[in-house]
Design a protein around this ligand. Structure first.
Ligand code: KIV
Ligand code: NA
Length: 270
């Protein structure tokens, strides 16, 4: 693909070849995933993964804008979506528009993502009517970790009906897609069959219209813990630590730098 898809193109992928996406926070990683992904998300997971925060609640607009500008510089063929951070959109539709429009203007993102179902539907409709494409995020919504009682699987037993209502509400409000996080596979399939917009699964099911993972998790670069839904496709963290240990050894043994890494008195003849 030559140019990045638009939110409508992603919407049109409903029921087709699964939508591929990953999170990114930096230019070099964005460059690596650009041609392989339909969209790239600058997730507020950046707070935990890159900044050592305990949860995503301390992530600010400024952090999201800085990382999103870096990611934008690395993308040409994948669409850029940016998470709205905690506290930047929940108060009112007007607050959400003020911050979402700033996010779009300062980062060039094609869409924003925000957490919440039925209770955010009015805000989603308000944004979409004013030119802000919205990706919704339901099920486990990490910005609500303190009211959800931890990072538990959502939608088991009685709460399945609420998650289904959340899915319908965000679709009716005009979201162009919705992330389903940490839900039973059968409920994820049911939602995917029932709503007209693509579902993007993370800890959901293979039946979703697309999948997303945090790249630091799937590359084995974030090893503080591993959620069940993460598959490690590489172990770059281990490789990086081995490389650092070898460097340390070589410096202490004066084996690095070697002759090929240092400069002669005179420039070599051409
Ligand atoms: O912040 C994030 O990385 C996310 C994805 C995991 C969906 O919201
Ligand atoms: Na997020």
């Amino acid at each position: 693909r030559k140019s990045a898809p638009l939110p409508d193109d992603i919407r049109a992928m409903k029921g087709g070849t699964p939508i591929v996406s990953l999170t990114a926070y930096t230019t070099p990683m964005a460059q690596l995933m650009d041609t392989h992904c339909d969209f790239v998300l600058v997730g507020d997971s950046v707070g935990m993964v890159l900044h050592g925060m305990n949860n995503t609640l301390g992530v600010t607009m400024e952090m999201m804008i800085m990382h999103s500008r870096a990611v934008a510089r690395g993308l040409t063929s994948a669409m850029l979506v940016v998470d709205m951070p905690f506290g930047s959109y929940e108060e009112s539709p007007a607050q959400a528009f003020r911050n979402a429009s700033r996010m779009m203007a300062e980062t060039g993102c094609a869409a924003v993502k925000l957490e919440g179902g039925v209770h955010m539907a009015e805000t989603i409709a308000f944004l979409v009517a004013r030119g802000v494409p919205v990706m919704a995020h339901i099920g486990l919504t990490p910005q609500s970790v303190n009211t959800l009682g931890g990072y538990k699987v959502q939608g088991r037993d009685a709460s399945a009906g609420q998650v289904l209502r959340d899915a319908r509400a965000v679709a009716d409000a005009g979201a162009f897609s919705v992330v389903l996080e940490k839900l039973p596979a059968t409920l994820s399939d049911e939602i995917t069959e029932e709503i007209p917009i693509p579902t993007i699964g993370i800890g959901a099911s293979a039946g979703c219209d697309g999948q997303i993972l945090v790249h630091y998790d799937m590359l084995g670069l974030f090893t503080a813990f591993k959620p069940k839904f993460v598959k490690r496709y590489a172990h770059l963290g281990e490789d990086a630590e081995k490389a650092i240990a070898t460097y340390a050894e070589e410096v202490r043994a004066r084996a690095f730098p070697a002759e090929e890494h240092v400069f002669a008195d005179k420039a070599p003849a051409k």
